[in-house]
Design a protein around this ligand. Structure first.
Ligand code: SAM
Length: 329
């Protein structure tokens, strides 16, 4: 699949549920209303759509959410998708998780063929962790992280930079990741969805985080790319990678190779734009995949050049109304 700007679309991110056991302050409102179950694609339907994308040349599939591991029977879907790894059609099957249930599933994930996972941890301070997630337990998440490591999964830690909340912690997190053999990616907060708080109060430019870390660590630029928004460097002292995702201070659209599917079957061709294609109707309209295939091709032909996120005092409203938990980050 080649989009109108010549970009090869080889990466599908799938939000398998909008539900989550955490309510991170920058991601969701405290009183989120979740989707009625009838609107959500069944595991069989998710498998059908993912498999259609694999047929169209998708090589990398990431399951996300909401929290993917809270979806009932999710391992049934992951196991089924594993057949595309076995056949060689898919290069990578992976997931982004908050880690709360990773201890339970890590070994099975590895056995299916998952090689790495991204785990979101914004702080290593247990009290702060519970405050940011509004209910999470750091200890459980760390159990999950170390179970993943023990199972042979590579772990990347994702941390969102939050002004006045975790800006004093990146030094420690970088050292901790180095000690345990994890890569670390630091993410700028993006203006997605109403959260009952002012984004401008949370926004910390990652360029400032980098400048501060560079005072104590040797950050060597690399040309390692995943086609995604992160720019990677190697931390000489630890040998691990540090990724920076800067949607606000640096636009990452020119190399975008991805599209995002929600758990209701809506395909967003850009994280920061509202245009979307409904794949649920063609999916449910017939047992064959001809309509679904046509809808996918039509959607890719509409992938926009990029987005235009902005957070400042004059732009207080979210750039897009949906929360990150809808499109899965
Ligand atoms: N529950 C899983 C997790 O915690 O990783 C997967 C879904 S979560 C929406 C995916 C990632 O998006 C997490 O790393 C989270 O911190 C990040 N995220 C959520 N809202 C965000 C926002 N407004 N700006 C930047 N990152 C955000």
């Amino acid at each position: 699949m080649i989009d109108p700007f010549g970009r090869k679309i080889s990466y599908l991110r799938v939000s398998v549920t909008d539900r989550c056991d955490f309510r991170c302050v920058y991601c969701m409102a405290e009183d989120m209303a979740f989707l009625p179950k009838a609107e959500v694609l069944s595991l069989e339907e998710l498998d059908r759509v993912c498999s259609a994308f694999v047929r169209h040349g998708v090589k990398k599939l990431r399951l996300t959410g909401g929290e993917p591991l809270v979806r009932r029977d999710i391992m049934r879907l992951i196991r089924k998708l594993g057949r595309h790894l076995d056949s060689g059609a898919l290069d990578e099957l992976t997931l982004t998780t908050n880690g709360s249930r990773l201890a339970q599933y890590a070994a099975e994930l590895r056995e299916i063929g998952v090689k790495r996972v991204n785990v979101s941890i914004d702080t290593l301070d247990p009290q702060k962790f519970t405050a940011i997630t509004r209910r999470g337990q750091l200890e459980k998440v760390l159990d999950g992280v170390f179970a993943a490591k023990a199972a042979g999964l590579a772990v990347k830690i994702n941390a969102v930079a939050l002004k006045g909340i975790n800006d004093d912690e990146f030094d420690h997190m970088l050292a901790w990741c180095g000690e345990h053999g994890f890569d670390l990616t630091i993410i700028e907060v993006m203006p997605m969805g109403e959260i009952g708080a002012q984004r401008v109060d949370q926004y910390l430019p990652v360029s400032l985080v980098r400048a501060d870390l560079a005072k104590r660590w040797t950050l060597e630029d690399t040309d390692y790319r995943t086609g995604g928004p992160a720019r990677y460097m190697t931390v000489r002292e630890t040998g691990r990678r540090l990724g920076l995702i800067t949607p606000l201070t640096h636009n990452f659209c020119e190399s975008c190779n991805r599209v995002r599917l929600t758990c209701t079957g809506t395909l967003y061709m850009c994280l920061g734009q509202n245009d979307a294609a409904d794949l649920r109707a063609p999916l449910r309209a017939s047992e064959g995949d001809a309509l679904l295939d046509a809808a996918i091709v039509e959607a890719i032909a509409r992938k926009p050049k990029g987005h235009d996120f902005m957070i400042d005092r004059r732009h207080q409203a979210p750039a897009v109304a949906r929360h990150m938990s809808v499109t899965g980050g």
